[in-house]
Design a protein around this ligand. Sequence first.
Ligand code: URA
Length: 206
Amino acid sequence: MLRVVDHPLVHDALATLRDKTTPPELFRRMAVRISLLLAAEATRDVPGTPVDVETPLGPAPGRRVRGNVVVVPVLRAGLGMLDAVLELIPSARVGHIGLQRDEITAVASQYYSRLPGDLGASFVLMIDPMLATGGSAVAALDLLRVAGATDIRMICIVAAPEGVALVEQRHPDVHIYTPVIDDGLNDHKFIVPGLGDFGDRLYGTH
Ligand code: URA
């Protein structure tokens, strides 16, 4: 299920992320900003419990986010979105999935996985900024499913039609939050126009 997040502030941050002249420090700030906005949208139906709080003028009804939210960055690029989600939901537990994409075949293989228990009763937010072929997203979602997750949303910053189609085919009940669906993939399986290699731009490793 696809949710296109069409907010002016999201697109403003995205334009900076796409700009090839944006240096890593600004890229990181914009990655946090866009992730805050996308995560706010993706957590619209996060479970909450009613509470009463005392304002200086008296009691007021409120709602608090219930504890069992799990956020799962797909390494390494997903780490650039993690602080934003934890800023919104500080009580979230964090799982990590490390996937490496073969440069030639673009096939994703897992090199690391550490997930919290009780995923079946958790609201799971997988964060992976570039949904390109969908290979790594599907591999990560497969892992989450095997670990018991049932209620999963994934947040990305740029998606390609190929990746959206593959995730929708293999994990039809996962909600995909993205601001845009770009034109497609080039011969190196990069999203076009995209923004280049997200991890390299985040960490200045190109
Ligand atoms: N990963 C990236 O960082 N960029 C792409 O365009 C595709 C995959």
